[in-house]
Design a protein around this ligand. Sequence first.
Ligand SMILES: [Mg+2]
Length: 216
Amino acid sequence: MHYSTLFFDLDDTLYPADSGLWPVLRERISLYMHEKLGFTWQEIPSLRQHLYQTYGTSLRGLKILYNINEQDYLDFVHDVPLHRFIHPIPHLRETIQSYPQRKFIFTNADLNHARRVIKTLDLEDCFEKIIDIHTIAPYCKPLTPAYHIAMQEAGETDSRKCVLIDDTIENLAEARRLGFFTIRVGRDESPEEYDARINTLSEIRRVLPLDGKERL
Ligand SMILES: [Mg+2]
């Protein structure tokens, strides 16, 4: 198969998962639940686990169950000095740009956060479009309609021509079920759920040739 469309996840995919950013964002989510919704610190971990497993993201669960204001939540959670955690990665920009395929960000985060992240990483001109949580609303990865919307946004009708590069196993498993070629960024874990694995995005050439012709 000749791949023509590459979808890149944002957080913990474009930058290393050990950047320290996610734990800070996770704390901000808990702080939001404590400060704005009045949950005790004891209640929050199990509730978050429930929201993630049942609704895909904390945001989606909080919207459905507690009718929170989405933008208020996103602004609060992402109010973090990104440059303290993430930095441009040498040669990554050239590596991504070397692919002739169409390239999109496909993320459960929102456009503001995505723009800030790719600016901080100096990857601003690598992607044709950012497909964010608002674009795929009311869904999110790994819900099936989110992938269909992403394909529509990319003008792609054949899922077998699509590649998803993501750190989250659930997101990869669903994409793979739909016919995408899937590349996990991260440790070797649940290898039956994706097609190829790299430790960091800088290694992508190892599993995805520039012409996108072969599955390795
Ligand atoms: Mg991610």
